[in-house]
Design a protein around this ligand. Structure first.
Ligand SMILES: NC(=O)c1ccc[n+]([C@@H]2O[C@H](COP(=O)([O-])OP(=O)(O)OC[C@H]3O[C@@H](n4cnc5c(N)ncnc54)[C@H](OP(=O)(O)O)[C@@H]3O)[C@@H](O)[C@H]2O)c1
Length: 281
């Protein structure tokens, strides 16, 4: 299959491009500097020239706190930009595989969110990602899969485990919030799932996230433990650690599309693979 990947130098984009090449697909990968998805003409030209079977949109504004002050810019990428990609893909007869986020939910539930649950983002980033879902559905109504995932971590980018490993090496103790619960997702696992979805092509939204769920505190504890570090991890509340953007208190993703949504390994397995990749890097 011929795959065009946007945002290909990002944390997820790198893993998708590598996994696709390893699987024998013909890959056309564009980093941000090579293709800016906010430029509709450039997007159309890139997609028309490459004539892919499928476009994986990994390009996004991912600075959650920064989006609060720059919501227009974030929405330009995550909303309108996603729409440009979907429109050009549809015009070329290509399927759009778009990556979205658990932050489209408000986090008020205490049981896993499924695809048809009411969205209600509580941050500018969440609103921009929801705008992207609507744009993709509008411009490629019969040829898109929107993959909501959550709490991504991977070898190819700055991420929570990398931050915890750095801080744990510098400090004797760390305070980490224990009142936000979600599904850490290893990008190596998500990349494989995206390739599966490239074959299956379920229409609409599917939830794909690491198995199990935990708080950031539990995640940090597991990271420090896996690295056999001495640092003590202590739980604290979101109120003790104010950030510009609100996060959902609970954004565990479940699925009602059994058989259509690939099932990922438990997040702890993802963490083991992440640690192994770090050691061998
Ligand atoms: N990280 C998470 O925890 C998480 C959770 C759920 C869903 N997601 C979603 O997963 C996807 C991949 O995220 P990621 O974690 O891999 O983020 P990432 O590492 O920040 O990758 C995003 C890539 O998009 C590029 N980009 C930004 N603006 C662009 C534009 N206008 N045109 C083209 N490329 C642009 C970035 O380039 P620059 O760095 O040069 O700006 C970066 O290389 C995104 O859709 C994100 O919303 C992420």
């Amino acid at each position: 299959m011929r795959l065009l990947i946007t945002g290909a130098a990002g944390m997820l984009g790198q893993d998708v491009a590598n996994a696709a090449r390893d699987a024998g697909h013909d890959v056309v990968a564009f980093a941000h500097g090579e293709l800016d998805i906010t430029d509709p003409r450039a997007v159309r030209e890139a997609i028309t020239t490459a004539s892919p079977d499928l476009v994986v949109n990994c390009a996004a504004w991912t600075n959650v706190d920064g989006a609060e002050e720059h919501e227009r810019d974030a929405t330009g990428v995550n909303g309108a930009g996603a729409g440009h990609v979907a429109r050009a893909a549809a015009a070329e007869g290509a399927w759009t595989l778009h990556v979205s986020s658990d932050y489209v939910f408000d986090g008020s539930r205490r049981q896993p969110y499924v695809e048809s649950d009411q969205t209600g983002p509580v941050s500018a980033y969440g609103r921009s990602k929801l705008a992207g879902e609507l744009e993709v559905a509008r411009h490629a109504p019969a040829s898109h899969t929107i993959v909501r995932s959550s709490w991504l971590f991977g070898a190819g980018g700055p991420c929570f485990p990398a931050t915890i490993l750095r801080l744990a090496a510098e400090r004797a103790e760390l305070n980490v919030v224990d009142d936000q619960v979600g599904c850490p997702t290893f990008t190596g696992h998500l990349a494989q799932a995206l390739l599966t979805l490239a074959e299956w092509r379920p229409q609409g939204v599917v939830h794909v996230a690491g198995g199990g769920a935990c708080s950031w505190y539990e995640f940090a504890n597991e990271i420090v433990h896996a690295a056999r570090m001495e640092c003590e991890v202590k739980p604290c509340s979101t109120r003790d650690m104010p950030r510009p953007a609100r996060r959902p208190a609970y954004s565990v993703l479940g699925t009602e599309r059994v058989g259509e949504a690939p099932v990922l390994p438990d997040w702890r397995e993802g963490l083991s693979e992440y640690m192994a990749a770090k050691v061998s890097a």
